[in-house]
Design a protein around this ligand. Structure first.
Ligand SMILES: [Mg+2]
Length: 227
């Protein structure tokens, strides 16, 4: 069984620990457009182009705003992560699935610590993790840049060959694969055409070579593992 040697389980947060089909993340996307519009004093249509251009060029919109406009990250993070959890239905099967995994469990997110706690608590799983590595911990350098992976691995003393990473964004799995981790792509069948192609959750069709397995149902996939 290809994942049976794994004892470090690393999960992205958004659209991974909950389904991208939930349309929860869309709220953050909308808040980001409004923030960029205010911050750069431009109409929302223009702001959205800048937002997505920075996502492409810098890994996250936040990273681009910091690099190009010297923006304070905290104000941005507090604003865009101030969203309603109501549309997010916790999956009751997820907690037991994560709880029974052998070894350590981590959240590794391009979002903030506060966002990870809000969402993790809402999903009823936050207390199960041995560590949360968020964008502040990475000095605001996001995945898929190499630096945050190195920092995360060092901070938590992770042996990549005994680790797996789950992500909805395929491009964020390339470095984990190159490091020797197993990679799991979380797919979404929702309509993500409002996002640029590189930033969309993957549909599961024609997955890249650096993806070992993929699923649209993380709980079911975890429950199917045999140890
Ligand atoms: Mg994600």
């Amino acid at each position: 069984m290809p994942f049976s040697h794994v004892d470090n389980w690393i999960f992205d947060l958004d659209n991974t620990l909950y389904s991208g089909d939930a349309n929860f993340f869309k709220q953050i996307d909308v808040k980001m457009t409004a923030f960029v519009s205010r911050f750069l004093d431009m109409p929302p249509v223009e702001a959205r182009k800048v937002q997505k251009q920075y996502l492409l060029e810098y890994g996250t919109t936040l990273s681009g705003l910091m690099a190009v406009h010297n923006m304070d990250p905290e104000e941005f993070l507090n604003d865009v992560h101030d969203i309603s959890l109501d549309v997010l239905d916790p999956d009751p099967a997820l907690r037991p699935a994560i709880e029974t995994l052998p070894g350590r469990k981590f959240i590794f997110t391009n979002g903030s610590q506060k966002h990870a706690k809000n969402v993790g608590d809402h999903l009823g799983i936050y207390d199960l993790f041995d560590g949360v590595f968020a964008i502040e911990d990475a000095g605001y350098v996001p995945k898929p840049k190499p630096a945050p992976y190195d920092m995360f691995i060092k901070e938590h003393d992770i042996e990549p060959k005994r680790a797996m990473m789950a992500e909805d964004s395929a491009r964020n799995l390339k470095i984990p694969f190159e490091l020797g981790m197993k990679t799991l792509l979380i797919t979404s069948q929702a309509d993500w055409s409002h996002e640029p192609e590189h930033a969309r959750p993957h549909t599961g069709e024609n997955t890249p070579d650096f993806v070992h397995d993929h699923t649209g149902d993380l709980s079911a996939w975890l429950h199917g593992l045999e140890f």
